[in-house]
Design a protein around this ligand. Structure first.
Ligand code: ADP
Ligand code: MN
Ligand code: MN
Ligand code: MN
Length: 370
C-alpha cells in the first residue's frame, strides 16, 4: 500500500525551509501517452526565469511513458506556460510543456499543438471558456473516501454543497487545492461539494483561447499533488460508482465576444444550432476513449442527457447544452456544454467548440455506437 503520506511532514518542512540562494527549481509537467495522466520532473535553473522564453527545452524517456519506441526513445519537452510552485514556494516554478518526438513533431497525445493553431485562427472572436472540473476522492484501496468499507452511505440528497460531518468527505483536500491554485496563478473561480458523497467540483475560468487547457491541466496536477500529502487519490473517472450515484463531468461554459454583448442570445442560439448538427463528432472529442467512458455517465439520468441525443434548453440540467437562466433573461452571456467527461482533454474540447461554432466546420460521425 502506498504510504507516501505517512512520511514525517515536520521533518520535511525543515528541509523545505533551507535557503537555496539564487537558483530556481523548475518542475516540468506533461501529459503522458495515456492522454490522461501527468508526469513531472525537475530541473535546477541558475536563476529565476522571467518569462516562458527563459525556460530551456528538455527531454525525457518516451519509452517509459507510452510515447516512443525503446530504440528511439528521447522525446522533447517544450515549455509553454509558467506558474508559481505552491509546494516548493517562490521563486520555484511549475512549467506546463508540450511533448514533441525526436523529429520535433507533436506526439499523439499532444493535443495542445493543434489547439493553439485553431485558437490563433479564431482569436478575433475572443473565445472564452470556464470549465467545471468534477472529481471523486478515493481511499488508497480505491474505495470512495470516507464511505463505509462494507455497504454504502445514505442516498444522495444532503451532500451537494453540504456542510457538517457525515455530509462532507475530504474538505481538507479541497481547501488545500484551492489555495494552491490561487498561489500558482491558476484562474480557479470557485469550488463546491457535489451530489455524490466524496465527489467535488472546482471551476477554472473564464480563460481565453489556449489558456483554458493550460490552466485546467495544471489545476489537475495540483490536485494530484495535494492528494499525495493526504494519502488520498483523486479520480477523474466519469462514473466511479455504478448505480444510483451521480457521475462526474467537465461542463464547459463557452462564449464569444458577440455572445457576451447585448443581444448575444441570438449568436448563442446560432452556435447551438451548429452544435446540434454534429453531436456525435463532439461526443468523440469529449473523452479520451471516443465516447466509451462517457457512455457510462451520459445515461439520461442523474442530470445528464443520453449520449445518443442532442438537446438544449434554458436552465435545463438534463440537456446536452444548457443556457443558464440568467443568460436567457439578460439575452446575452454564454452557453454550457454539459457533455464533456471529467477525464476529457480540455485542449480537445475547446478546439472542438471553436471548430464547429467559429470556423464553421461541419460533418458528423455516421452510425455512432459505443
Ligand atoms: P453551474 O451553475 O453549471 O454549476 P458554475 O458556477 O459551476 O456553473 O460554473 C460556471 C463557469 O462559467 C465558471 O467557471 C465561470 O468562470 C464560467 N463563465 C462565466 N462567464 C463566462 C463566459 N462569459 N464565457 C465562458 N465562461 C464563463
Ligand atoms: Mn458547477
Ligand atoms: Mn457540478
Ligand atoms: Mn454546470
Amino acid at each position: 500500500m502506498p504510504s507516501e503520506h505517512l512520511l514525517n511532514k515536520t521533518a520535511r518542512s525543515d528541509y523545505m525551509s533551507l535557503d537555496i540562494g539564487s537558483v530556481c527549481q523548475a518542475m516540468y509537467i506533461w501529459i503522458d501517452g495515456s492522454g490522461q495522466t501527468l508526469r513531472v520532473k525537475t530541473k535546477t535553473l541558475d536563476q529565476e526565469p522571467e518569462s516562458i522564453e527563459d525556460l530551456p527545452e528538455w527531454n525525457f524517456d518516451g519509452s517509459s511513458t507510452g510515447q516512443a519506441e525503446g530504440s528511439n526513445s528521447d522525446c522533447y519537452l517544450k515549455p509553454v506556460a509558467m506558474f508559481r510552485d505552491p509546494f516548493r514556494g517562490d521563486p520555484n516554478k511549475l512549467i506546463m510543456c508540450e511533448v514533441l518526438n525526436y523529429k520535433h513533431e507533436a506526439v499523439a497525445t499532444n493535443h495542445r499543438h493543434s489547439c493553439v493553431r485553431v485558437m490563433e485562427e479564431a482569436k478575433s472572436e475572443r473565445p472564452w471558456f470556464g470549465i467545471e472540473q468534477e472529481y471523486t476522492l478515493l481511499d488508497v484501496d480505491k474505495h470512495p473516501f470516507g464511505w463505509p468499507k462494507l455497504g454504502y452511505p445514505g442516498p444522495q440528497g444532503p451532500y451537494y454543497c453540504g456542510v457538517g460531518t457525515g455530509r462532507i468527505y475530504g474538505r481538507d483536500i479541497v481547501e488545500a487545492h484551492y489555495r494552491a491554485c490561487i498561489f500558482a496563478g491558476v484562474k480557479i473561480a470557485g469550488t463546491n461539494a457535489e451530489v455524490m458523497p466524496a465527489q467535488w467540483e472546482y471551476q477554472v475560468g473564464p480563460c481565453e483561447g489556449i489558456e483554458m487547457g493550460d490552466h485546467l491541466w495544471v489545476s489537475r496536477f495540483l490536485l494530484h499533488r495535494v492528494c499525495e500529502d493526504f494519502g488520498v487519490i483523486a479520480t477523474f473517472d466519469p462514473k466511479p460508482m455504478p448505480g444510483d450515484w451521480n457521475g462526474a463531468g467537465c461542463h464547459t461554459n463557452y462564449s464569444t465576444e458577440e455572445m457576451r454583448k447585448a443581444g448575444g442570445l441570438s449568436a448563442i442560439n446560432k452556435a447551438v444550432e451548429k452544435l446540434s448538427k454534429r453531436h456525435f463528432w463532439h461526443i468523440k472529442q469529449y473523452d479520451p476513449t471516443g465516447g466509451k467512458d462517457n457512455a457510462r455517465r451520459l445515461t439520461g439520468l442523474h442530470e445528464t442527457a443520453s449520449i445518443y441525443d442532442f438537446s438544449s434548453g434554458v436552465a435545463n440540467r438534463g440537456a446536452s447544452i444548457r443556457i443558464p437562466r440568467h443568460v436567457g433573461e439578460q439575452k446575452c452571456g454564454y452557453m454550457e456544454d454539459r457533455r464533456p467527461s471529467s477525464n476529457c482533454d480540455p485542449y480537445v474540447v475547446t478546439e472542438a467548440l471553436v471548430r464547429t461554432t467559429i470556423l464553421n466546420e461541419t460533418g458528423d460521425v455516421e452510425n455512432f455506437s459505443v
